[in-house]
Ligand binder design. Structure first.
Ligand code: TYM
Length: 332
């Protein structure tokens, strides 16, 4: 079976609709046909200032949400990145193959560091994409299901894999991004030209998976729509309505033209109410299952230990080859 790997940061109290539609939902589908590895990337989460107790809590919430969203530990491997130390080890090797200029071109670093002031940003934030490349190459992933914002990191991953292969011999599979056009960039409800984002959206602009149904409904009803009254997809002139159409189409499986026809002549009100219901219907079961999973921490930790064991076995295999190819002396 071809291999898939993807990761998500435990940097908020909940995943949001962008994470869910852009990534996690594909993860659930892909566990059926791929040898799938999904990780909660806590090493990435410490590239910005963090609180240890909060990180621990959020890592469990993240793992619980993934299981609640439909990842089945019998059919895929769900694990926490820091449980497999080979991620950091391979990242070091790849750091040494990456040019400063090459790393400096990564736009996510530019965006995130601009917020803190570039000289206050950590070196870890600078090398973040290289750790991500290590996550992917370690598992010899063929496919990486992500949102559009990860395209550049995937290109770097392929470049680094290829560079290693050329210099030291065929070692890594070069991964393809798996990005679904219709959901690759879910936008902020209040600023529909910007992506919905844990770090930069306002609370009103973001729909959290674990949020109360009443709050979700309110936020959808208050979403910025556009002038006019027609429910039509038009990215240039109607980014707000278009985003809501994409959301509803993805959640209900109804093609956008069919939705446009259904709401013709009805204005935005009915449409928004239906979008709100679709979101609540998708999120409520995930929220309920997440709460149940979190109530039994020992069981959750046990599942993550099984995941770490399986992931570790693959990671150790790849690292043994890497150490040999690089010229590290075997330990007698
Ligand atoms: P993160 O934690 O920011 O986001 C997790 C996934 O959600 C996608 N996503 C979106 N998709 C559509 N619309 C949006 N508004 C939206 N916002 C987020 C992201 O593209 C991502 O797929 N660097 C990664 C984590 C990572 C990773 C990896 C991913 C670490 N190692 C290895 C893949 C493979 C990140 O910050 O994701």
């Amino acid at each position: 079976r071809p291999r898939v790997l993807s990761g998500i940061q435990p940097t908020a109290d909940s995943f949001h609709l962008g994470n869910y539609l852009g990534a996690v939902r594909q993860w659930v589908t892909m566990q059926e046909t791929y040898d799938a590895f999904y990780c909660v990337v806590d090493l990435h989460a410490i590239t910005v200032p963090h609180d240890p107790a909060e990180l621990r809590r959020r890592s469990r919430v993240a793992a619980a949400q993934l299981l609640a969203a439909g990842l089945d530990p019998e059919r895929c491997t769900v694990f926490v990145q820091s449980h497999v130390p080979e991620h950091a080890e391979l990242a070091w090797v790849l750091n040494c193959l990456t040019g400063m200029g090459e790393a400096g071109r990564m736009t996510q670093f530019k965006d995130k560091s601009a917020k803190q002031g570039e000289s206050a940003a950590s070196v870890g934030l600078f090398t973040y994409p290289i750790l991500q490349a290590a996550d992917i190459l370690l598992y010899q992933a063929d496919r990486v299901p992500v949102g559009a914002d990860q395209k550049q990191h995937l290109e770097l991953t392929r470049d680094l894999g290829q560079r290693f292969n050329h210099r030291f011999g065929e070692t890594f599979t070069l991964p393809q991004p798996h990005i679904l056009k219709e959901v690759e960039k879910i936008t902020d409800l209040q600023d529909p030209t910007a992506k919905m984002s844990k770090s930069s959206s306002s609370p009103q602009g973001i729909l959290d998976v674990l949020e109360a149904p009443g709050t979700l409904r309110k936020k959808v009803m208050r979403a910025v729509t556009d002038t006019g009254t027609d429910v039509l997809a038009d990215d240039d002139n109607k980014p707000g309505v278009t985003n809501l159409l994409r959301i509803q189409s993805a959640l209900t499986g109804t093609p956008i033209p069919e939705l446009e026809a259904r709401y013709a002549g009805q204005g935005y009100g009915t449409f928004k109410k239906d979008v709100a219901e679709a979101v609540v219907e998708a999120f409520s079961p995930i929220r309920e299952r997440t709460e149940k999973l979190l109530a039994n921490e020992a069981e959750l930790d046990r599942l993550l230990a099984i995941g770490a064991e399986r992931a570790g076995a693959v990671a150790r295999g790849t690292m043994a080859t890497v150490r040999d190819r690089i010229g590290f002396l075997p330990r007698a």
